[in-house]
Design a protein around this ligand. Structure first.
Ligand code: G4P
Length: 536
């Protein structure tokens, strides 16, 4: 257990870093992410009571959703950060939008965490969005904890679910708990390590899980008497998993190879304690981060951080932008003077904030692993690095080529200048990708999903008073180009009509189809074409 390793001679910084756990919660929409988030927050005391998700969705904002679009569609658009303490650990929970149209936002959030909690709907198993997200986790070797939710419903065979996770997500599963029954016959889960049965009592949303009744052994008379069929099936499954399932091994989990699996029912507050225990005992404290120049160690005294997300309008009364920064090393103290590596200019961090549930709290200090929000008016962009003077370029915020390309058409042509400015701002925030053609034919917007355009249209209208519609343009994919300066210059002169600059100024080749791309690549062997770009 990492906490026990805390050495008394550790500095405050080392102790604070060790006790941090920063994780993202990921799932396909409707698997129960919002419900589980709420229960985790309740446990950590960050919110006092959880209304049902239904009440939250229809009346008030879910703790983690702020935007108007969310209200209209019931889709988590904005990711958010929530911090709470549990068993002497400081837990940073990062929510992610479930809807695939906002997957870019989720990818960025995954670069800011040290672990992920994957929620799976036991009735549905592995769903499309989870497959994509797990690919990102695998690329980064992010440790994943799995929660199989909704056991209080008629769901699929648990062995089949494990099989599916292993085969489709290519993630070995080490069951830590195993369900006894399901739906009306859900008796609870058996803790394989403790050889104890945790009894399920349905319908008690507010119940403190510490009160869960524990029965010793897998053959307790209560189970045999009350759930004879479920118990018999469970015994058969137990034989199979004890013989064949991957045993849990912390190092394999930390390497991203094995996922501890828990079964439960978020809505009934069942299984939540097990997850928190896994986070505290097994999930990693902040890890070192590679930078172009060196490795950045979290307990190094110099402050280093990377902006992974920009959120506009967190408070509709004040048109502000918050840059979410993951502290990668050192400590933030109010008034800290840092260097903005991209511009090489100094910035003073006076008003960093964190989000404890819905409240905005001013922080006086934060440590590596924490996420801080920095209010700004457009100075900070995704991928920006802040340091205490050193030129450090951290690796890690991926940018994928969009799949849909459109241009904005104004209903009032006199607003063209405002439109350009607004689109650039939205591009810097990562709401959508923007490409400014070298020939200045009008900004091209690139998105992963249609909803991103709807978000842009909504924000243009409400925030910038610009009424615009979108028209598809004949572009299939964007490829960021690179090469020696002289080659890039010659290439740019010869292909001006197909080149554009993204929000960061990087050059991209806007390919209308594969044939054009292939011919161009053949003709220009000294230029590299990449459909992914790491900002930083
Ligand atoms: P999401 O954030 O992943 O999209 O999922 P969310 O928590 O909103 O949950 C999706 C639906 O699943 C909700 O029902 C929620 O009540 C339900 N749910 C979550 N956990 C459990 C569980 O453990 N058991 C059962 N039976 N249901 C669960 P909904 O129909 O969208 O809303 P509501 O009308 O039920 O509130």
């Amino acid at each position: 257990m990492p906490l026990e390793n805390t050495n008394h001679s550790d500095t405050i910084l080392q102790r604070e870093v060790k006790r941090r756990r920063t994780f993202a919660i990921i799932s396909h929409p409707d698997a129960g992410k919002t419900t589980l988030t709420e229960k985790l927050l309740m446990y950590g005391g960050a919110i006092r009571s959880a209304g049902t998700v239904k009440a939250k969705k229809s009346q008030q904002f879910a703790t983690s959703d702020w935007m108007e679009v969310e209200k209209q569609r019931g889709i988590s658009v904005a990711s958010s950060v929530m911090q709470f303490e549990h068993q002497n650990c400081v837990i940073n929970l990062l929510d992610t939008p479930g809807h695939q149209d906002f997957s870019e936002d989720t990818y960025r959030v995954l670069t800011a965490v040290d672990a992920a909690l994957m929620v799976i709907d036991a009735a549905k198993g592995v769903e499309a969005q989870t497959i994509k997200l797990l690919e990102v986790c695998r690329l980064r070797k992010t440790p994943v904890i799995t929660f199989i939710n909704k056991m209080d419903r008629e769901v699929r065979d648990p062995l089949e679910l494990i099989d599916e996770i292993e085969n489709i997500l290519k993630l070995s599963c080490a069951p830590i708990t195993w369900p006894v029954g399901m739906g009306k016959d859900f008796a609870g889960v058996y803790d394989l390590q403790q050889a104890q049965m945790l009894k399920f009592t349905p319908g008690e949303n507010q119940r403190d899980q510490e009160e869960i009744e524990v029965l010793d052994g897998a053959d307790h008379p209560y189970l045999r008497n009350h759930y004879p069929i479920a118990h018999a099936t469970f015994k058969e499954e137990l034989d199979i998993i004890e013989a064949a399932a991957t045993p849990f091994d912390q190092q394999s989990f930390l390497d991203g190879d094995v996922s501890p699996v828990f079964f439960g029912s978020a809505i009934n507050n069942f299984g939540v304690r097990d997850i928190l225990k896994a986070l505290v005992e097994w999930a990693p404290s902040p890890r070192p981060r590679p930078a172009r120049q060196r490795i950045v160690y979290p307990d190094a005294t110099d402050f280093t951080g990377i902006v992974f997300k920009i959120q506009a309008n967190m408070n509709p009364q004040h048109r502000d932008r918050i840059a979410f920064l993951r502290i990668c090393s050192g400590e933030y103290q109010q008034g800290l003077k840092v260097k903005h590596v991209r511009s090489a200019k100094p910035i003073r961090l006076d008003h960093a904030i964190t989000f404890m549930a819905q409240e905005r709290a001013h922080l006086s200090s934060a440590y590596a692993g924490d996420i801080i929000g920095i209010p700004n008016h457009g100075k900070l962009r995704i991928g920006d690095v802040l340091t205490q003077g050193e030129m450090v370029e951290l690796e890690g915020i991926p940018h994928f080529s969009p799949e849909i390309f459109k241009v904005a058409r104004l209903n009032d042509p006199l607003r063209a200048k405002q439109l350009n400015k607004a689109l650039k701002e939205l591009g810097e925030e990562g709401t959508i990708q923007v490409f400014d053609p070298l020939e200045k034919t009008g900004i091209v917007l690139g998105a992963v999903g249609q909803l991103q355009f709807e978000t842009v249209a909504h924000r243009l209208l409400t925030e910038y008073k610009i009424d615009a519609t979108f028209e598809t343009v004949p572009i299939k994919k964007a490829f960021w180009i690179d090469g020696q300066d002289a080659h890039v210059k010659r290439f740019s002169q010869a292909n001006t009509n197909r080149l554009a600059r993204d929000a960061s100024g990087a050059l991209a080749f806007m390919s209308p189809n594969n044939a054009v791309l292939e011919v161009t690549m053949e003709k220009w062997p000294d230029i590299t074409f990449q459909s992914t770009r790491e900002i930083g």
